[in-house]
Design a protein around this ligand. Structure first.
Ligand code: ZN
Length: 175
């Protein structure tokens, strides 16, 4: 089954490239691609702060683009690759879009709905389930997130320290 593993890693690398675009914007680095018959038909990365929009998750953007390309809201025959386990909104959208296959990088134990907090992707009660593969390039996918949050903490600490510096001017100095 080495062939499948190679294909999955190849497209997960494309999803990671998307995550890097989010990182460049100072966004939590999460990326997604949707593949149909060996071609990427939708890409997306997290832009929640940039767009000031809850719906600007990587998966939602990729689903929008893929649906436009397919000319159909149904994404049957597609595989969605995402660097982080989807949230409840995105897992719900994946099921609504009838995406049959989901490949994820690292897990999100506190918020993920692809097996962590909930498993919306594989609920037998719904009329559609996705086949899920977890842990593809999990190391790389979690590393970019860790790097982001470490930098964020350092920046926050520096800002806090700067705020604590004594101010030697009075209101009169400000004119
Ligand atoms: Zn989401």
């Amino acid at each position: 089954m080495a062939g499948i593993k190679n294909v999955q890693e190849k497209y997960m690398r494309s999803a990671l490239e998307q995550a890097k675009k989010a990182l460049a914007l100072g966004e939590v680095p999460i990326g997604c691609v949707i593949v149909y018959e060996g071609k990427i038909i939708g890409r997306g990365y997290n832009r929640r702060n940039t767009d000031k929009n809850t719906l600007a998750h990587a998966e939602i953007t990729a689903i929008k683009r893929a649906s436009k390309k397919m000319g159909d809201w149904r994404l049957e025959g597609c595989t969605l690759y995402v660097t982080l386990e989807p949230c409840q909104m995105c897992a719900g959208a994946i099921i609504q879009a009838r995406i049959p296959e989901v490949v994820m990088g690292c897990m999100n134990p506190k918020a993920g709905c692809g097996g962590s907090v909930l498993n919306i992707l594989e609920m037998p009660q719904f009329n559609h389930q996705a086949a899920v593969t977890r842990g593809v390039l999990a190391q790389e996918c979690s590393q970019i997130l860790k790097q982001f949050f470490t930098q964020l903490r350092t920046r926050n600490r520096q800002e806090k320290e700067a705020a604590k510096e004594p101010h030697f001017f009075t209101n009169a100095d400000l004119g």
